[in-house]
Design a protein around this ligand. Sequence first.
Ligand code: MEV
Length: 309
Amino acid sequence: MDASAPAKTILFGEHAVVYGYPGIATPISSLRARAATRPETMGSGLRIVLQDMQEQSIRLRENPEHPLAIAAQLLLDSVSAPEPDWTITVTSDIPIASGLGSGAAVTTALMRALASALGASLANEHLNEMVYAVEKIHHGTPSGIDNTVIVFEKPLYFRRGTVMESIQVGKPITLLIGDTGVSASTRVAVSDVRQLFNSQVSATTQRLEEIGSLVERSRQLLQVGAVIKLGQCMIQNHQLLQWLTVSSPELDRLVDAAVTAGALGAKLSGGGRGGNMIALVQPDSVQSVREALLSAGAVHVFQTKVETC
Ligand code: MEV
């Protein structure tokens, strides 16, 4: 039984979303994690093979503390199933530690493949809660935006603990995603922003509020298809993220290169300090912005469309 889940990118509001401000995220359906189950001999138990990571093999019995073993056990417990004698092979197109939600996508694909092989139905709401529980092991205090957009696979307006709403996109927009090739820990970036917040409460709160306002404005701009203003909001959001110390020279270089080459706006996306940035592009500047990103050091450039599903 095969299952999959997409990568994600955050359009607006990363980091502020951890503090209860809203965020907007969208799936990248062309980049996916996949999981496939196959039966093994009786008594062999459950084994998870990570094909893209030197065929790393995790056995439920021997590595119960591994986040993917915890994910598998959570799923089995939720449907009251005993450990099956299966191998689950996981593959992924999503760069690791790059702000594209690779961990949450792998967990989602794994849980879906297990549920499907067990013949159990799995509602997205329930799956999302379980993936969030595993995200906490990876990231400490995640807002939940990554797992939610990955599980539901549609553009979302999200506010921690309260709201998850689909976004109506008035006119599909094209994004180029530039990968700095620098892996970065979201956990560290989130914890550094927390320290900044604790040491400069009022200045940091002011920036987080500004990000929250940009998210509200961008949501309206997305709905009416006002792409030029949307691009300006991206640039402002990036400047606020720079203030929060989560940009990096590589990210700034890619953002500047994209805007100089004609992108309507650009910003880092996700935890920052490395990983990926996004650029909002009109169809006629896709090629020039892609080339500019590659010349400025991007190791990959992906293209995706944001549209109402
Ligand atoms: C990471 O993709 C987004 C952050 O806002 C962390 C989170 O929301 O959990 C940096």
